[in-house]
Design a binder for this molecule. Structure first.
Ligand code: PAF
Length: 329
């Protein structure tokens, strides 16, 4: 046998062995690039680790995740585009930029849509949320599970926001999300859509007065370093989508697809568990770093002020969808 035949025979023997033993050497493992906006020690990091561990274990090491936290691959819009182009295999993103790709998703971004966390989780894990995941397919994205950031609250550097009128003229950074932009305009603020990687610098330079994000983001980014006031508005629930690239998905066999789906579900649960924990201590931590906190607002007054926006949302997403969400117990 000549050398090349001997090498080929050895390679075949090794691959037959790996099928029997179910082990794959690190060199053979396929790399899965996973991008997200926040640090490793955040709810996104928790989701990423649970997803990676589950897939790596469930496929006997056939895949090896390489994580790109802290917007290392760009903002969330770039991450989603990366999935469509096939330059990244997996991402964990908020719904911030998502509705520019999958407009139907915007329905979950409506302010005060969900009664509480339990309601939001029941909707997203139930038929409505699972059907929403299928809408990603025709937009060139494979969404596998809904994770969580918590309810979004308002921070700013100008003054304590206690009531709707206090928002007047405040330059609030919002995500590039039409539903959120409409809401803040309607409330009298001056919403400034901006990609997350630019936000801390813009707050430092004073080109914006404030931003809105859940306690999980506030704590993991130490927002108290650049923001004085926090108001627990809980104005909108913030879901997270765990998504893979369609090219990558098409290259997987059924068992591997099942492993990625199962891993994404575990990742989603890990993000929720992290949020539950951080919400318990995050506000106290913010206070201990000198943040002035308004602990509640009259949500009914905010809802009333949003009435013109609700009319637009009903036209855009259909009253039937809004009623279906409200009906979930
Ligand atoms: O505000 C945002 O853009 C998002 O909530 C963030 C912080 C990037 C996490 O997905």
């Amino acid at each position: 046998m000549n050398l090349s035949r001997r090498v080929l025979a050895a390679a075949c023997a090794a691959s037959v062995l790996s099928v029997f033993t179910g082990t794959v050497s690190a060199q053979q493992a396929r790399e899965v690039k996973l991008g997200y906006a926040l640090a490793v020690n955040s709810h996104y990091g928790a989701a990423a680790q649970a997803w990676a561990d589950s897939v790596e274990k469930g496929t006997n090491g056939a895949f090896k995740f390489k994580q790109f936290p802290s917007s290392a691959l760009g903002g969330e819009r770039e991450l989603i585009e990366g999935l469509q182009l096939g330059t990244v295999e997996a991402v964990i993103v908020s719904t911030g930029a998502l509705s520019n790709f999958v407009p139907e998703v915007g329905v979950v971004d409506i302010p005060f849509l969900f009664r509480d966390t339990q309601h939001a989780r029941a909707v997203l894990d139930g038929p409505f949320g699972q059907d929403l995941l299928t809408k990603f397919h025709k937009r060139g994205l494979i969404a596998l599970a809904w994770g969580e950031q918590g309810f979004r609250h308002l921070t700013n550097n100008k003054h304590a926001v206690q009531k709707v009128e206090d928002l007047k003229g405040l330059k609030i950074r919002v995500t590039e999300n039409p539903v959120h932009i409409t809401a803040f305009k309607t409330l009298g603020a001056s919403p400034t859509p901006m990609s997350w990687p630019e936000v801390i610098g813009a707050l430092q330079q004073g080109t914006i007065d404030g931003q809105e994000n859940p306690i999980s983001v506030l704590a993991s980014t130490k927002l108290w370093q650049v923001q004085k006031h926090l108001t627990l508005t809980a104005h909108v629930y913030a879901p997270v989508a765990l998504i893979v690239s369609p090219n990558f998905w098409a290259s997987l066999n059924d068992a591997q697809k099942a492993a990625f789906t199962q891993g994404a579900k575990l990742g989603a649960l890990a993000s929720r568990a992290f949020v539950d924990a951080v919400e318990k201590k995050g506000v106290e931590e913010a206070k201990s770093h000198g943040m002035q906190v308004v602990t509640s607002v009259d949500q009914a007054a905010f809802r009333a002020a949003l009435e013109p926006a609700y009319k637009q949302y009903a036209t855009k997403f259909g009253q039937k969808s809004l009623d279906a969400i409200a009906a979930v117990k």
